[in-house]
Design a protein around this ligand. Structure first.
Ligand code: OAD
Length: 372
């Protein structure tokens, strides 16, 4: 089983900055943008490898094979194609995958957006590199920066966004097989998504554990300490620091994640990915676990998770292909927009626009009333 790690160990996407900072690339074109063939180098490597290994190199060859064996998956390679697919093919097993981008409209910053992302605003903590804030070894030595940051991330008064309620609507309509989230803000729970439909892949702030004696603590207890600016110390052993049950780099993802991905992805008939840079593994590669016939819709401010042509060359057909040579056989659609706008558009086209609007209004009113 794979531990939590960033993609840059395996792909060319995340460049180590000149100053030695391990900050990941924030390319506007997504994770594989740096595998550029602009200077012809990639083409040369591709040609060399193909000659040596006697592999086929052209997209057309691959596409031809699919064309011969597969029926057209989407009527159009755009949002209308997805809408027709949902309406006509009676799809009932949708998996949604989310990242920090679905919560930015609630006021919670994401990690990697230029200037507003958390990893770009950590200078004051004097970290060896931005991700150190989520590394266990660093946390054990110096938990303070994490808890200062946690104050900003705590699910305190944040309201779920339109995107969260769109996912709930999919569930209410009996279309949601599962929602996989990387977010630890618990907003899916606040939006009313039942536990059984939810996989919190990177854990959650909902509970915490003493690193010494493993005693469990709940969110209200941790929140009281964190909000006051104190480091939560275990009241049982009086020794250990209480760490929220979020997955740090180098830690294993929850068992629930590993057991459910085995069964879920192969049965999915539509995959919707929202608000993630898709650079953290093993989450990012979940997009390749669905069947070749399963359409994949990305709703994000930028294109991410694109196919790595070198991996494809050696037979690992990974990542999205939003622009196949033959558009008739494609199945990946990118809706490059704000997640909330994308979810509203999709709902309107499906005839659920008013329903989504009313759900958001009523739920936000209810949450406001609870605070009074
Ligand atoms: P990132 O910050 O890496 O990526 C967020 C993505 O969402 C980017 O592609 C943004 O362009 C996009 N985005 C931001 N706001 C958006 C909006 N309103 N609408 C549409 N797109 C938007 O966040 P994640 O992919 O979630 O790990 O990061 C993955 C993991 O890296 C996190 O779970 C965290 C971090 O290290 C842990 O905390 C363990």
């Amino acid at each position: 089983m794979e531990k939590l790690h960033e993609d840059n160990e395996f792909t060319c996407d995340s460049k180590v900055k000149d100053d030695g900072d391990k900050q990941p690339s924030t390319s506007s074109n997504g994770k594989n943008n740096n595998v550029s063939d602009g200077d012809g180098a990639l083409e040369k490597i591709t040609k060399y490898l193909s000659e040596k290994l006697q592999l086929s190199t052209t997209d057309e060859d691959d596409d031809d094979k699919i064309e011969k064996s597969e029926e057209k998956i989407l009527s159009e390679l755009n949002i209308d194609g997805i809408v027709n697919y949902i309406n006509e093919k009676k799809c009932k097993k949708i998996i949604t995958m989310a990242g920090a981008g679905i919560s930015t409209a609630a006021g919670i910053p994401d990690f990697r957006s230029p200037s507003s992302g958390l990893y770009h605003n950590l200078e004051k903590y004097n970290l060896p590199h931005p991700q150190a804030i989520f590394e266990l070894d660093f946390f054990k030595k110096n938990p303070e920066p994490f808890f200062v940051l946690a104050k900003q991330l705590l699910p305190e008064g944040f309201k779920p966004t339109i995107s969260h309620y769109f996912i709930r609507l999919l569930w209410e309509k009996g279309l949601l097989l599962r929602h996989y989230t990387q977010n630890v803000d618990t907003l899916e729970r606040v939006a009313g998504l039942p536990n059984e439909k939810l996989v919190e892949a990177h854990g959650t702030f909902h509970t915490g554990k003493c690193l010494e004696c493993q005693a469990s603590y709940d969110l209200p207890w941790m929140k009281r300490k964190i909000v006051r600016g104190t480091i939560p110390k275990c009241e049982e052993c009086l020794e250990g620091v209480v760490k929220p049950n979020i997955v740090f780099f180098g830690e294993m993802l929850p068992d629930r994640f590993h057991s459910l991905i085995e069964h879920d992805f192969i049965q999915a008939d539509l995959l919707i990915i929202m608000g993630s840079s898709l650079v953290v593994q093993p989450f990012a590669s979940l997009i390749d676990r669905v069947s070749f016939k399963c359409p994949r819709l990305l709703i994000n401010k930028e294109k991410v998770g694109m196919q790595d042509r070198l991996l494809r060359l050696i037979g690992l057909r990974q990542g999205f292909d939003f622009d196949p040579k033959n558009r008739d056989i494609g199945r990946d659609v990118a809706l490059i927009d704000d997640c909330d706008t994308g979810c509203q558009l999709l709902s309107q086209k499906l005839g659920w626009g008013e329903e989504l609007k009313t759900l958001v209004e009523n739920e936000h009113k209810r949450l406001d009333a609870e605070k009074l």
